[in-house]
Design a protein around this ligand. Sequence first.
Ligand SMILES: N[C@@H](CCC(=O)N[C@@H](CS)C(=O)NCC(=O)O)C(=O)O
Length: 365
Amino acid sequence: MDIVQAAAVSWHPRASTSSSGSGLNCTRAQVRDAFRGDIGRREISCRLRLSDPRRTAGREQYFASTTRWQKSGAARIVVNSMKTDADEVQKVEEKDEEKGGRSFLTFLCPLLKLLGSGDPAAPRNVFLETTTSGFASIARLPWGSKVNAEVVAERGETGQPPQLLQLYEFEACPFCRRVREALTELDLSVEVYPCPKGSLKHRDFVKKNGGQEQFPYLIDPNTGASMFESSEIVSYLFKQYGGGREPSPGLLESTLVTGWVPTILRAGRGMMLYSKASSDTPSQKLELYSYENNQFARLVRETLCELEIPYILRNAGKGSALRGSLLKLAGSTKVPYLVDPNTGRSMGESQDIISYLFATYGVKN
Ligand SMILES: N[C@@H](CCC(=O)N[C@@H](CS)C(=O)NCC(=O)O)C(=O)O
């Protein structure tokens, strides 16, 4: 054990050195306690700032480190170096953050580089954005575009369940997409609680409530049902709110074939928590008129997800009973259309909505 490991172990007495001797293993909860919650916001890469016991002669010491969470919830911290010079530390920190925080997405798809240099809030190449999202929509045709007319006729305009269903999900997840497609076809509005990687608020809730971090996770307050497993959720939704019908042909099967295409084409947008997302939750839920396979609405949902903003998803697919109220509200049936009761603002046009969301909710306080 070298001096860095010794310091790390004494920094956290319950931690133990790994068998390889090059790092330190401890549980996610231990790490989170030690970093006062900050760790969850930097899941891929983090830097440890040592607290009082490691202060020597008035100098602060730092570790450069990388964490890799495993399914079990255990973390492995590899201590790379220890610095005492604050400027140097800062430089390494920025480099680490850039490299670590993005490496997963870069691995996922080189398109990331083309889609706004990796910073979700940076000005975007609108042509690339809409083209990649457009191809993503083509890949998922015909699912998630139009409602099941028979279901809508049976339920009528007031046919929403008395209480909104609650969906914990993230935009880039193909299994969550499968559920959102079903929601469009069944013309159901839901409360969405985005759980991007790095999310603390909603992921913790799912873990506590459902016992694991897996998405999608659905809660139906009307029946008391709650469940994981997208195929189970889709079957439940069709049974409960689709007149007992079977899921539309191909919807379940197609997820395994082309469900991942939007994730790749959109280079993982709607997957990671934006590093500067405000930790405050807006007091009232925003409302988004959308439908799953709309190429412009997808861009807005990605942003809501990256900012971890809970919202009411008003699905208004082709043939939706909601299109009448959308027309009254917005003067057109085009989606996306965002209503923010916190500021009194409402607007269409995906790029305007995205800029508004980052300007309003993308500032860490
Ligand atoms: N069989 C599950 C698979 C769900 C799944 O693998 N979800 C991934 C996201 S696509 C997940 O929850 N990963 C854990 C995480 O994001 O932390 C289903 O159909 O719902």
